[in-house]
Ligand binder design. Structure first.
Ligand code: FUL
Length: 510
């Protein structure tokens, strides 16, 4: 066993990361001043009197989200325009000065209550970039930001995550550079809510690299440690010569194969989150339509079923309700997911010798961990059904307490004495949904062909087809490539704009 492989598998998730990975799917709610100005980015000069939802109903949000299977919801408590959806003591640019409930409203509190009612977990987005705060660009802003964090972390019960957005265009406002005191933010969050994960710019969750719901075919959880700095402040990346030597950035296709890891010596567990909106914008715009069910289902399979967390944004409209068209789409998505997983095939017999700690196949199916036997360098699990079924998906999960170990595997359909490969994959991680062409078979074999160390599978489930797999986009690869290019152009453009500002004497942040 190579030492390096042992080093990779020694990297495991912390409790907060594991919790998020188990949640799998949660929702984003972008709602705020932009909803009323029909904008994506406000400039901070908006009039609080324009914020006036006429029929706000956080119960409706939670009801819809619960029905589609989201386990939590993250609300934009403050977006880049600086307008706060709770009556903060830190600024007058907040809900207190809006007509909503005659200035007595608190949407964070309303949502927290609805979450409790509907059994959802609450998370909050608090944009570090603030275009309204006068002190933005000075040290004093770190005090304001921390005071806001403190109000949110102490006033609304347990939060499953705080989402710090890395987006920042302060050069657009000609403001001086803001040096975010991330260390202080993280310490505060850890101290006030130790069970709260810190996402996006934080140490617990990695941005997948685009906002279009595009996922990698192979998503690794163990990545070079410098990925964290890359995500925090883009500028830092350029100080990490090692990363650039092998040309790895946040949008690279391969972040954690053996080949990539071999160029580094420090590693972290950093699972990817796919943030994507049901509409083109993050905020509600009347002229936009929700994505198709086919598209949403593809995103669901690729993210939730591709070792990522799905953060699906659903923006309420000016009434403060999720629009009817979106509710219809989400209910249709829920129906498709239910139908796809309605018939789990009972596994009558399985060849599973040498179960770890004496566990049997039955133990494993009731939540235990199963370690297959080594056959040369290959690990094989063979399952037989009580009769032939037409199957089209296998759900696999590694026990991530033992890290992510599987690197390549294949699934074979067994028909009598014949075996036919129906699926080839690389990563499994916390959850893999392997979809294949509906195939009649009386058993399946999963063959792990390459792994870092003996794999520990926590879940192996086989499902009968409902004959409704989503159609694949024939231009999928091209679209992914365009998004990567777009991102690189965006980074280059931002760099140029910053350089221009710096020349003029200003200093910029990102
Ligand atoms: C980006 C922001 O600029 C968008 O407005 C949105 O909040 C998205 C989730 O993150 O960086």
């Amino acid at each position: 066993m190579e030492d390096s492989l042992l080093q990779y598998v020694s990297v495991v998730p912390n409790a907060n990361q594991k919790h998020l990975e188990k949640m799998g799917f949660y929702a984003f709610v972008h709602f705020g001043m932009n909803t009323f100005y029909n904008r994506e980015w406000g400039d901070g000069k908006e009039d609080p009197r324009r914020f006036c939802p006429t029929d706000l109903d956080t119960d409706q949000w939670c009801d819809v989200l619960r029905r589609v299977g989201a386990r939590g919801v993250i609300l934009t408590a403050k977006h880049h325009d600086g307008f706060c959806l709770w009556p903060t003591a830190t600024t007058e640019h907040c809900i207190r000065n809006s007509p909503y409930k005659d200035g007595k409203g608190d949407i964070v509190a309303e949502l927290a209550q609805s979450c409790r009612k509907f059994g959802l977990e609450l998370g909050l987005y608090l944009s570090p970039w603030d275009r309204n705060a006068d002190c933005y660009g000075s040290d004093a802003y770190n005090d304001v930001y921390c005071a806001q964090l403190e109000e949110l972390l102490t006033g609304y019960g347990p939060l499953f995550t705080v989402w710090l957005d890395g987006a920042c265009g302060s050069y657009m406002d000609g403001k001086p550079v803001q040096k975010y005191d991330f260390g202080r933010y993280f310490d505060l969050i850890h101290r006030l809510q130790p069970d709260c994960a810190i996402s996006n710019c934080g140490p617990d969750v990695r941005w997948v690299g685009n906002e279009a719901g595009i996922c990698r075919a192979s998503e690794w959880n163990v990545v070079p440690a410098f990925q964290f700095d890359l995500q925090k402040v883009q500028d830092n990346s350029q100080q990490q010569a090692d990363g650039f030597a092998v040309n790895v950035d946040v949008v690279s296709e391969d972040l954690g194969s053996r080949e990539v890891l071999s160029h580094f010596d420090r590693f972290i567990w950093y699972p990817a989150e796919v943030d994507v909106s049901i509409r083109r914008g993050w905020f509600y715009h009347p002229n936009q339509k929700p994505r198709s069910v086919n598209n949403l289902l593809n995103i669901y399979y690729a993210s939730v079923g591709g070792n990522c967390m799905l953060l699906l944004n659903i923006p309420p409209d000016c009434r403060g309700r999720i629009a009817d068209a979106d509710v219809k789409r989400l209910d249709a998505l829920a129906a498709r997911i239910d139908s796809a997983f309605a018939h789990r095939i009972e596994i009558a017999r399985a060849d599973c010798p040498d179960a770890k700690d004496g566990m049997s196949w039955q133990d494993m199916q009731t939540g235990g961990t199963y370690s297959p036997r080594a056959v040369a360098d290959t690990y094989r699990i063979e399952m037989r059904f009580d009769r032939p079924y037409k199957a089209d998906k296998v759900v696999l999960a590694e026990d991530i307490d033992y890290s992510q170990r599987i690197e390549r595997y294949a699934i074979y359909a067994i028909d009598g004495a014949r075996e036919r490969c129906v699926y080839r994959g690389t990563t499994v991680g916390h959850k893999k949904i392997a979809l294949f062409r509906p195939t009649v078979c009386d058993g399946l074999a999963i063959v792990v062909e390459q792994c870092r160390l003996e794999p520990y599978l926590e879940t192996v489930e086989v499902y009968e087809t409902d004959n409704r797999q989503p159609r694949q986009n024939p231009f999928g690869k091209l679209i992914r490539w365009i998004h990567k290019l777009n991102y690189q152009v965006y980074v280059a453009r931002t760099e140029r704009a910053k350089a221009r500002e710096a020349k003029k004497g200003g200093d910029t942040n990102k």
